[in-house]
Design a protein around this ligand. Structure first.
Ligand SMILES: Cc1cc2nc3c(=O)[nH]c(=O)nc-3n(C[C@H](O)[C@H](O)[C@H](O)COP(=O)(O)OP(=O)(O)OC[C@H]3O[C@@H](n4cnc5c(N)ncnc54)[C@H](O)[C@@H]3O)c2cc1C
Length: 370
């Protein structure tokens, strides 16, 4: 019986975990190596800023695995020998596999920036979860917060923090010419107006060289002081991938079939994959959409059938949660701002989360019929 080892309970592997019965019926012994909890990034800014309770975006992976009769090994991947096909876990277990799939996300680790250990990073998400507690711990001392990185997550966090009563001032530092890259021009202007109205100081064209506990230093010598710093830039694949020889900071190089470019038995999905047919942004949508393709690939492989390919959507809906009850939704060149956009986001996020937080049994033939 071939052993299928799933490493990390990211979006795509959660899809597989729910459908472990189909994989078992196809002849696999399925092992899942992952931390007990998965935290969902769609609500991460709101939970980090204290608007939503931390439990809202939390999935109990152990409970999900138990409900699917999946063999779970709680912990993380520490090292791996791709030749011998053996993984070593943080608990010291050795797990031999025939087929491996990696879904371990990304880390905020910009190249060439010296980052003090006290700085909170948006990825992995567990670091970000400390933000609310750190601000509350200051009591009556209102904090000056610097957010480094003006992409979607940096903008969300700056916007959220700007309406907290215990935050005195928010500074958003971005190396590019503007914030909200990738959004339509009108949406970017709307965000800039919102941030200005909320008193956020936006510094663009500033390349941060050193991000310290109480100040940052830019390449041009600019110094910006703060009480709390948040790093929301430089998402890369976890360094572990290079250590085990399956990729580099860009990710595990995969073909359209989601298989490693040189190793048919290795799959990678989500943020930790480098999709070779075309560069994909690190957004959860791809992890979610790759789940069914990965499942079908594993089932087809067991039958000796042709493997499906992942065809990424050119345009995906993105909704930013901008705090104070408003959001900004964008798809392609279209965008809209307001409370309805945030309601849509909450609806989509809750629906996805409920699938894994309150799993209902799937119809027996479900996975094969997609
Ligand atoms: C603040 C913020 C907000 C965001 N909002 C959105 C949004 O609204 N919509 C959107 O599409 N994208 C959003 N993103 C991007 C999104 O977070 C990522 O693209 C998405 O999480 C990637 O999914 P994934 O399944 O690849 O990995 P992840 O969701 O990161 O899951 C990977 C899992 O692997 C586990 N893991 C890590 N290392 C190991 C290891 N060595 N061994 C075992 N397990 C491991 C982790 O604990 C984690 O549970 C946001 C990002 C941030 C930072």
């Amino acid at each position: 019986m071939p052993v299928l080892l799933l490493v990390g309970a990211g979006h795509a592997h959660l899809h597989l975990a729910r459908r472990a019965a189909a994989l078992a019926a196809a002849g696999y012994q399925v092992l899942l190596l992952a931390p007990r909890y998965f935290d969902y990034s769609g609500v991460a800014s709101a939970t980090a800023a204290g608007v939503l309770d931390g439990s809202v975006g939390r999935i109990d992976v152990r409970a999900l695995a138990a409900a699917s009769s999946l063999e779970m090994h709680e912990g993380t991947l520490e090292s791996l020998d791709p030749q011998a096909r053996i993984a070593v876990t943080s608990a010291g277990e050795l797990l031999a596999y025939d087929v491996l799939s990696l879904n371990i996300g990304s880390v905020a680790d910009p190249v060439g920036v010296h980052v003090h250990p006290s700085v909170l990073r948006v990825k992995p998400l567990r670091g970000l979860a400390e933000l609310d507690g750190r601000l509350r711990a200051r009591g009556a001392q209102r904090a000056v917060v610097t957010v480094v990185g003006g992409g979607s997550s940096g903008v969300e966090l700056a916007a959220h923090l700007s309406v907290r009563s215990d935050v005195a001032h928010v500074q958003l530092v971005e190396s590019g010419a503007g914030v909200g890259a990738g959004l339509p021009a009108g949406a970017r202007r709307r965000i800039v107006r919102l941030l200005a109205r909320r008193g956020v100081a936006v510094h663009t064209g500033r390349v941060v060289r050193e991000l310290g506990e109480r100040q940052l230093v830019c390449d041009d010598g600019t110094v910006i002081a703060h009480d709390v710093a948040l790093l929301a830039a430089g998402l890369t694949a976890p360094p572990l991938l290079a250590e085990i020889g399956l990729g580099d900071g860009r990710g595990v190089p995969v073909r359209a079939t989601l298989q490693h470019v040189e190793r048919d038995e290795v799959y990678a999905v989500g943020d930790c994959a480098l999709f070779l047919p075309r560069a994909l942004p690190r957004i959860g949508v791809h992890g979610v959409r790759q789940g069914p393709v990965l499942l079908q690939s594993l089932l087809a492989r067991a039958r000796g059938a042709a493997l499906p390919v992942y065809e990424p959507q050119r345009r995906a809906l993105a909704v930013l949660d901008l705090g104070d009850g408003v959001g900004l939704a964008a798809r392609g060149g279209l965008w809209w701002y307001g409370t309805a956009a945030l309601r849509l986001k909450r609806y989509v996020d809750r629906r996805w989360l409920r699938t894994y937080q309150e799993p209902v049994p799937l119809p027996r033939a479900g996975p094969g019929k997609r």
